[in-house]
Design a protein around this ligand. Structure first.
Ligand code: CO8
Length: 263
């Protein structure tokens, strides 16, 4: 397990196989600062490399998942500084390379970069009172970490265009209806618990099959259908070279619970 050595996040293991990261900057509603993102990316990479972790839950507080990038940190940023330092590129390049599933449990505000952070994860759970949105236009900017790309894939162009051009929020209930969130819960506590339970279930699968499943699903977001189907079939064929395919299918035939080798 990963130790808790951070100032802006908390890391714990609520159940065997489940790594949980809680964004913890309560005074700024978990606004995403450079320091917070460095810690988040470091913890994610450590959990990704930790053999005792099978899946990761990412959450915030009941009040805020994250109220966006830190506006006070960005206020005086200039174009040349943003361009020369490739501002936020390093924030958003780590998560897509994490190979273990990440489930976001979203309660409270998930605005701007907070909404984009949730969209970078693999599965979103939320409470009905969560507020999602891309309010950047109200600050004179636009979404900068996938809000104009990943949100379209989730809810379609017309709805996304309306949200991005007006900056209006959408609720957790709407997020579930529109397919942004996989499940909606009544309370924040149930939402986090639901995410932990799903992470525990995923952590009980073969890690080889789990990694392959995440990889092929994500490929579908990047390539056309024909290439995606070819890729899926190649990875599917490859799994017949794994020990866990033999273990899983023999266990089924013998009516036993599989004991995965993760090989
Ligand atoms: N940045 C910095 N501080 C913030 C932020 C933020 N995004 N959001 C809230 N805070 C601070 C407030 O300034 C306040 O601090 P203080 O007590 O020192 O005044 C404290 O948190 C509490 O906030 P409020 O008093 O405003 O709380 P309310 O409950 O009244 O309102 C809201 C909550 C509606 C969430 C409100 O705080 C708000 O509108 N926040 C800003 C939301 C926003 O515009 N977010 C988008 C930011 S731009 C962005 O994210 C660009 C994306 C870049 C990519 C990121 C990579 C993943």
């Amino acid at each position: 397990p990963v130790s808790n050595q951070y100032e802006n996040i908390l890391v714990d293991q609520p159940k065997p196989g489940v790594g949980k990261i809680t964004l913890n900057r309560p005074r700024a509603l978990n606004a995403l600062s450079s320091a917070l993102f460095q810690e988040l990316n470091d913890a994610l990479q450590k959990l990704d490399n930790d053999d005792s972790t099978g899946a990761i839950v990412l959450t915030g507080s009941e009040k805020a998942f994250a109220a966006g990038a830190d506006i006070k940190e960005m206020k005086d940023l200039t174009f040349s500084k943003a361009y020369n330092t490739n501002f936020i590129a390093s924030w958003s390049s780590t998560i897509p390379n994490i190979r273990k599933p990440i489930i976001a449990a979203v309660n409270g505000h998930a605005l701007g970069g907070g909404c984009e952070l949730a969209l970078m994860t693999d599965i979103i759970y939320c409470s009905s009172s969560a507020t999602f949105g891309q309010p950047e236009i109200k600050l004179g900017i636009i979404p900068g970490a996938g809000g104009s790309q990943r949100l379209i894939a989730a809810i379609g162009k017309s709805r996304a265009m309306e949200l991005i051009l007006t900056g209006k929020n959408f609720s957790g209930t709407e997020a579930a209806q529109w397919g942004v969130a996989a499940r909606v819960f009544y309370s924040a506590e149930e939402c986090v618990q639901g995410a932990v339970n799903t992470a525990e279930k995923i952590a009980g699968m073969s890690k080889v099959a789990m990694r392959a499943a995440k990889e092929v699903v994500n490929k579908s977001q990047e390539v056309g259908l024909r290439d995606g189907l070819d890729y899926e079939r190649k990875v599917f064929h490859g799994l017949f070279g794994s020990k866990d395919q033999k273990i899983g299918m023999s266990a089924f035939a013998e009516k036993k619970k599989p004991e995965w080798s993760n090989e």
